[in-house]
Ligand binder design. Structure first.
Ligand code: ZN
Length: 263
């Protein structure tokens, strides 16, 4: 590990270093959120956690040295009730996740940190983190909180992924399998399921999006995959990884160059 990636990781610093960084005007914490949940027969349980942990570390490596921005340890176990019928899934209740965010967020605010980015990689907890961020703001009004989803707003995704993956690749399909082939190929299995779309959805309704349903994975899939993982490949994975790193690099850099939302 090089000096740079140690510098930006909270758990490797001393209390005096934290004391100095927290006091800086734009001091910012990135708190990555993932999940430990089934990802089909071919991907590891911690797929979402591994992605967000890796992308954040890569971004921190290329951000300018002097910025007061730190990553705290990734929250590996998340809110995954939709996958509990598959072995391996570990899920924490929404109340407990909210409590963890409130307690840790309040402590970070009391230390003097000004901003907290909740960077989440698990689609099933987007609205939970949005709600928890508002609850946290109530008890830590000085702290500005940014609940973000790692795949949201990333320009160029639709150039790399077919429309079917953009619409229906909900879980462990083309994008996730390819990205894991680029990040940790040694823990990707050989199966490539294609599943989850035999239901007739009435017009105007959808699994996710405008008129969604609170689906459980076993409503849709036997393998645990919701989507098509058949075309997954390392080249696509590297392109996705570069896009994600570039996107979050730009966003963190522009945030660190501004006082938003306190201007
Ligand atoms: Zn996932």
């Amino acid at each position: 590990m090089n000096h740079k990636s140690i510098r930006n990781q909270y758990e490797y610093l001393s209390w005096t270093e934290i004391n100095n960084i927290a006091a800086e005007k734009r001091s910012t914490i990135i708190w990555p959120f993932g999940a430990v949940e089934q990802h089909g027969p071919h991907l590891p349980l911690s797929t979402d956690s591994i992605f967000v942990d890796e992308i954040v570390k890569e971004v921190l490596k290329i951000l300018p040295d002097e910025l007061p921005i730190l990553k705290i340890p990734t929250q590996y176990i998340g809110f995954s009730p939709e996958h509990l019928s598959f072995d391996g899934t570990l899920s924490i209740s929404s109340n407990l996740i909210t409590s963890i965010i409130l307690e840790i967020g309040k402590q970070l605010s009391e230390m003097g940190f000004k901003r907290l980015i909740l960077l989440n990689a698990h689609g099933g907890q987007i609205s939970l983190l949005n709600t928890a961020a508002r609850e946290l703001r109530k008890v830590a009004p000085e702290l500005n909180i940014f609940p973000c989803f790692i795949w949201s707003g990333v320009k160029g995704l639709s150039d790399l992924l077919p429309q079917s993956e953009m619409d229906n690749g909900l879980h462990a399909s083309l994008a996730e399998t390819s990205l894991m082939l680029a990040i940790k190929p040694e823990i990707v299995g050989t199966e490539r399921p294609f599943e989850g779309f035999s239901q007739k959805i009435p017009e105007g309704w959808s699994l996710e999006g405008d008129s969604p349903t609170a689906w459980m994975t076993n409503d849709l899939s036997k393998s645990g995959v919701v989507g098509d993982s058949r075309g997954a490949n390392e080249k696509l994975g590297n392109e996705l990884r570069n896009l994600l790193v570039k996107h979050w690099y730009k966003l963190f850099l522009s945030l660190m160059s501004s006082d938003w939302p306190n201007e």
